[in-house]
Design a protein around this ligand. Structure first.
Ligand code: UT7
Length: 334
């Protein structure tokens, strides 16, 4: 058995200051606080106002600053930086390198990872492999998006959902029996038509035509995505539960990607896990894509204890999905 485990040793997060309420959205499209609350479970979301002139790197740097308020670490010891995002500052250079330079992680190799809402669990699996290989001891995961820049605020089917935010997690090597235990990660790229943003890449480079066709905004067939999200997150969690002979009572927390409160409740219902063991903050942050799982861990950090058995699960564009089973590594009060 490999004596090296990879454990999350610190969490950070940041959401921008501007609260975009359902009431304000109702002035842009034909919707209501009642509909959004009932069908999605969001009351407000945070938006990076364009006049702040910043991209997702701004959110990541703030998230690291917030991490450092509770956890001191030497940025020079970080050996790799992975930024899970679908909304990098630029197409190149990569945003992980920009953040690493601005936060003193100057000895790290740095790259972006695009797996949409599945980004955090994908990045955590990559960090797990880097660390348990024995070659790297400290990896920083950044996971964030500024979805407001790719949200069509004339489309009521999508604009209530998406939001901005960033989380970060430091992953370290340990020989203690804690950290990431098992994972299931999958993808299926055979149906991009259900959830996509087709403009701006190599097939449809930005042009007046792609702008006119609104190809630079996220589009989804909500009902289809909803069904795939529930069935695949449940299947991933069930696989981990079976493989690790976990009883439902043993699970301390389920941390689902925050896409829709009804998706979260449906997943929890299928798993048989009670509501009070499920981290939910979609009401105040909306769907922040790659950031939603670390933002939950950040919000709940003070309540987590060493050894807590936690299931993370996510589903997003690609499709990308999966689940990770881990034993939490610390209590903030330690
Ligand atoms: O992060 C991973 C990717 N995304 C997801 O996981 C999202 C998955 N999908 C969903 O969360 C839901 O499908 C939505 C929130 C997108 C939509 O909810 P729904 O219950 O599936 O609504 P629907 O699309 O079936 O629409 C039902 C009705 C329609 O009216 P008619 O045709 O029945 O008259 C829509 O036009 O609700 C209408 N509607 C709205 N009404 C008020 C759709 N959006 C709105 C709105 N306000 N914002």
């Amino acid at each position: 058995m490999n004596p090296i485990h990879a454990v999350i040793s610190a969490i950070g997060g940041y959401v921008p200051n501007y609260h975009l309420t359902n009431a304000e959205l109702s002035t842009k499209v034909d919707t209501s606080d009642e509909w959004i609350t009932k069908r999605i479970g969001i009351k407000e979301r945070r938006i990076l106002k364009p006049e702040e002139g910043q991209g997702v790197s701004f959110l990541a740097i703030k998230a690291i600053e917030n991490m450092q308020k509770k956890h001191s670490f030497d940025p020079l010891e970080v050996e790799a930086v992975i930024f899970a995002t679908s909304t990098p500052d630029y197409l190149l250079p990569n945003t992980a390198a920009l953040v690493a330079a601005k936060t003193g992680m100057t000895r790290a190799f740095a790259f972006d990872l695009e797996a949409a809402c599945g980004g955090f669990i994908y990045a955590l699996e990559v960090a797990n492999c880097l660390v348990t290989s024995g070659r790297y001891k400290k990896v920083m995961i950044l996971a964030g998006d500024v979805l407001s820049v790719v949200t069509d605020y004339t489309d009521r089917n999508t604009c209530p959902i998406f939001a901005d935010g960033c989380g970060c997690a430091l992953v370290e090597a340990t020989t203690e029996p804690i950290g990431i235990v098992d994972s299931v990660l999958q993808s299926d790229g055979s149906h991009p038509e259900y959830l996509h943003m087709y403009g701006g890449g190599s097939v449809n480079p930005s042009s007046p035509d792609t702008l006119a066709q609104r190809m630079h905004y996220i589009w989804q067939d909500g009902k289809v995505v909803f069904k795939h999200a529930v069935s695949n997150m449940v299947a991933s969690c069930d696989a981990l539960i079976d493989r690790n002979q976990l009883s439902k009572d043993e699970i301390t927390w389920v941390v689902p990607h925050q896409a829709n409160l009804r998706i979260i409740e449906s997943v929890a219902g299928h798993l048989g896990v009670p509501h009070d063991k499920v981290m939910i903050n979609i009401d105040k942050y909306g769907n922040t894509s790659a950031a939603s799982i670390p933002l939950c861990l950040w919000d709940w950090e003070d309540r987590l204890k060493k050894g807590d058995k936690i299931l993370l699960t996510a589903f997003g564009a690609g499709f990308t999905w999966g689940a990770i089973y881990l034993k939490w590594g610390y209590a903030v009060s330690d």
